[in-house]
Design a protein around this ligand. Structure first.
Ligand code: FAD
Length: 422
């Protein structure tokens, strides 16, 4: 790649955020041949790692986290990447090209990546500060939930998005009795639709989780510790502990000097550039102008990994737009959900396989165009199984393929035959 244009070349590349996006940006900078200083600032302890095991294998004490490190801990000193852990950027001056750390130190940058992710939303209800009420994003928060786990204790999981579903599944697998509050009619129905939501509900019920639909937490009761959750309809559920999974809010440090435009996250273009010169954004915090999907901000591991690396390459002057066809997965019990594409709304949902059997690929169509697909225990991992049905679905999404219910639902149709490069 071209040598760095612009700012004083001796100034470092600075990455704010030591998650998957920040870690992959640092790796891409080095691995694409950038020889200058790289400084990665992270509020958390430890090196960048992936969070997926925190609601699954690590929570169930089946796996340590090393396998999820973006790069082994020794890679950073070996590659002269300066990792400032437990350190918070409290402000950015985008005109002066400096970041201010909570230690009082000021760090100049030639290019800056904001990969600051999100922080858990809190429930603003009475009793929300009681001990025994948990949320989950960090290792420390996961360890606190692990410390509550004991067979036959009773947990209430508030919110059945992906984190709530996975935590409910893991707790049930550990012998904890789980009651879950679902704001809609079924877990995940807003993201995946009513049909797949119903399948997911079946998985949880089959494993003994009690689902209370159209319910929200209105208050937590207890003196020192939570002893019950009171729902909006007045039901009181006695519990030993609670886990709240009601989404995240993006975490953006204050920026002065040159404004960084915000709207549902940090607005970034196809090259991960923000509105401020030399400032980039990637991962959960970035609302990117995607060549295929338009404006999109997602909260998925695969995006954080690939967009972080793409931002690193853009910081080095790459002119390749970031056009990854989004994918994500969720593991609940023995079940695997895979998703490709991006569809917030759709006018047709086509099932290939069987809702009743809980094994299917579902296609989300808008005006006859395949915008996204979900695989439930079927279709393979589109990242790992390049010949599988979900990989074919990803190709259909990338090609904005048109299709029909009759063709997609017909098991005799080879999905690859519908792609342009069969
Ligand atoms: C429990 C759990 C399970 C998940 N499972 C899956 C899954 O199965 N599949 C999937 O696709 N996705 C999953 N995800 C989502 C995925 O982990 C996120 O999309 C990913 O973590 C986003 O990475 P990121 O680097 O953008 O942000 P983050 O991981 O949030 O990292 C941002 C980092 O920046 C730091 N930071 C923020 N502000 C500052 C500041 N001012 N100064 C210094 N540091 C700062 C934060 O402390 C944090 O360390 C899961 C998430 C969680 C929490």
């Amino acid at each position: 790649m071209e040598p760095m244009p612009g700012r004083v070349r001796a100034d470092p590349m600075v990455i704010v955020g030591g998650g998957v996006a920040g870690g992959n940006a640092a790796a891409a900078l080095r691995e694409e041949g950038f020889g200058g200083r790289i400084v990665l600032v992270s509020k958390e302890p430890g090196v960048p790692f992936g969070r997926p095991p925190l609601s699954k294998t690590y929570l169930r004490s089946e796996e340590e986290l090393q396998g999820w490190y973006v790069r082994p801990a020794a890679w950073y000193p070996e590659n002269s990447v300066e990792v400032l852990t437990g350190s918070r950027v409290q402000g950015v001056d985008a005109a002066a090209h400096t970041v201010a750390l909570d230690s009082g130190q000021e760090v100049r940058y030639q290019k800056l990546l904001l990969a600051t992710g999100g922080k858990n939303r809190r429930l603003e209800v009475p009793g929300a500060d009681l001990a025994g009420i948990h949320s989950l994003r960090t290792v420390a928060e996961c360890d606190a939930i692990k410390a509550e786990v004991e067979a036959n204790r009773h947990a209430v999981v508030v919110g059945m998005g992906f984190i709530g579903c996975e935590v409910a599944a893991s707790l049930a697998q550990l012998g904890v009795r789980v009651t879950a509050l679902v704001s809609g009619d079924a877990p995940l129905d807003k993201v995946l639709g009513a049909d797949v939501g119903g399948v997911v509900a079946g998985f949880h019920r089959a494993n003994g989780v009690e689902l209370l639909t159209r319910e929200r937490a209105a208050a937590f009761a207890g003196t020192d510790r939570v002893t019950a959750v009171v729902t909006a309809t007045g039901t009181r559920i006695a519990c030993d502990f609670a886990v709240v999974g009601v989404g995240i809010a993006v975490d953006v440090p204050p920026v002065v000097g040159d404004s960084v435009a915000l709207s549902n996250g940090i607005l970034a273009d196809e090259f991960c550039r923000t509105s401020a010169a030399d400032v980039y954004a990637a991962g959960d915090v970035a609302n990117q102008l995607h060549p295929l999907f338009g404006r999109v901000r997602v909260e998925h591991f695969n995006n954080a990994e690939k967009q972080g690396a793409a931002a690193g390459r853009s910081m080095l002057g790459s002119d390749a737009p970031y056009d990854y066809v989004h994918t994500f997965w969720s593991d609940q019990y023995e079940h695997k959900i895979e998703y490709v594409g991006h569809a917030v709304t759709w006018d047709e949902f086509v099932v290939r396989g069987s809702i009743a059997d809980g094994r299917l690929i579902g296609f989300y169509l808008q005006d006859g165009i395949v915008r996204a697909a979900v695989g439930v225990d079927r279709g393979g991992d589109p990242e790992a199984d390049s010949g599988g049905e979900m990989a074919a679905a990803a190709r259909l999404v990338a090609q904005r393929a048109r299709s029909t219910r009759g063709v997609l639902a017909d098991e005799r149709t080879d999905l690859w035959s519908l792609t342009r490069d069969k």
